[in-house]
Write a protein of this length. Sequence first.
Length: 220
Amino acid sequence: MPQPGILYALVARGSVILAEYSSSILGNAGVVSLQILEKINASNGERLSYLVGDHIVHLLLADGFTFLCMTPQAFNRRVPFAFLEDVRIRFTTAHGSAAANAAAYSFNQTFAPILQERAAYHNNPSNDTVSRVTGEVNGLREVMVENIERVLERGDRLELLVQKTDELSDSAFVFKRGATTLKRDMWYRNIRTSVYVVLLIILGLYILAALICGPSVTHC
């Protein structure tokens, strides 16, 4: 079963292949690619993709050269063009002027290993910046969601605590008001008791004086 990723790559000038890399999985990739090179009629700077069986051929036309790679149909389509742009920069920097009139496979010995190395690099998901950043963002989002859930849960607890505090405050207010009322009632009760005691004392003294001096208290 073919492994996912970039399985074939080349650099060409027109239909002249200058450097080529092929994994052992694809046997006819070179033939298919040459047929595509002979048929394409595209402008400089274009990016093209062709479906060939279970694979897709991606092309980048730039600087007078064609940069091509082949991947399984299910492979991420962003990565092949990142690979082709990487190859374009390296090839034009190293061989751009010399390749303008070079013969077929003139750079195969020097550049085919670079095609293989860059294909392996871009086939590694950890080197895909967008995927890595997306993964980091997803991880950060999960952490944020978890933190928000904790904050919301803590908010519910705080709301419950505030509710309990309000209930305690209301209870304290009711207790304080009851205590004040009780204190006032006890004060009035003490006053009444004192008045009653004073009246009883006066009455007792009067009765005692009446018994000794007469009811009119005039014979003492």
